[in-house]
Design a binder for this molecule. Sequence first.
Ligand code: ATP
Length: 354
Amino acid sequence: MSQNLLEVREISKFYGDVQAVRNVSFSLAEGEIGCLLGPSGCGKTTLLRTVAGFEDIAGGSISIGGRVVAGPSFVAPERRHIGMVFQDYALFPHLSVADNVTFGLEGMSAGERRRRMTDLLETVGLDSEKHRFPHELSGGQQQRVALARALAPEPKLLLMDEPFSNLDVALRESLSSEIRDILKARSITALMVTHNQNEAFAMADKVGVLSQGAMQQWDSPYAVYHHPSNVIVAGFVGEGGLINGTVVDRSAVQTALGVLSADIDVPFEVGCDVSVLIRPEDIVHDDNSPHYAKVVSKTFRGPTILYVLQLDSGETVQALVPSHHSHGPGQSIGLYPDVQDLVVFERGNASVGE
Ligand code: ATP
């Protein structure tokens, strides 16, 4: 039997002729947090709903805590021991914060209900608000109540569907790392859907990048960013673009930025034409460098400027530069490559970016 708390094996889901989920497999160990990431319509929510039991599956299987809940047999959502947090909080408006949290605890003694409610409201920092009603709370506070309510029955697995998308950007990042800390302190296994990679990176032990219903990569946030498994992942996660290269050594590629080398062998033969991923932070602006590129455009981001630079080959790369180095379009600026992770793909027609 599997050690994993959640085991999703080769599942598929159709809506009529539309295949929303294609042969997807992934797993979460107990206490791990996973995030499903991908563009609108890629199947994230459908996948989460199949785990919850709100959707059936056409093939494959899902196990929670070693028990098959979908596939050969089907276990109803309320019997899967899952907690859910939704985008719109879904609190009961006519119930106080305390009553919202204890709502799902029928069959438990009044003392135990009160103990769990107090414990969870303290955990989410809302013990002093327990007599208030949802409309008297901010969005961030309502989402904390929703989390406390979802955790109150002590579910095996917590599912969260875009829980931060109604909150402002600053709150999203602080709440996502705060919720991660709460889940980690309680060893809760969780799966979250988001289309925001910063949220996924702040929350997740494992990130799953989906495209057109298929899992492109299921890996650590670091690996998904630094070692994307294909051009789809490279394009969706982070910024940057591809330039042409030719493998000149087992671990070195000749490009318009010079010879870029890696600590590991590239997975192509010497002489192969390849595409090399260049992230904006791989390009360092240095007025003293003998290598120049022409500024095509720039975007001011406060602490940094994102430049699009044209190389002698005609190819463009992006460069993230401290914003006190301000140069206008058409100007030539010095640069050198500082590529730590050499990410190389087979040369094709594919381009990175959406
Ligand atoms: P978003 O980020 O926009 O919420 P998503 O990645 O969560 O998108 P899904 O909502 O899972 O994507 O949709 C995946 C595909 O399944 C889409 O093509 C969508 O149109 C289709 N789909 C989703 N729900 C239904 C439904 N109830 N009936 C028919 N098609 C559906």
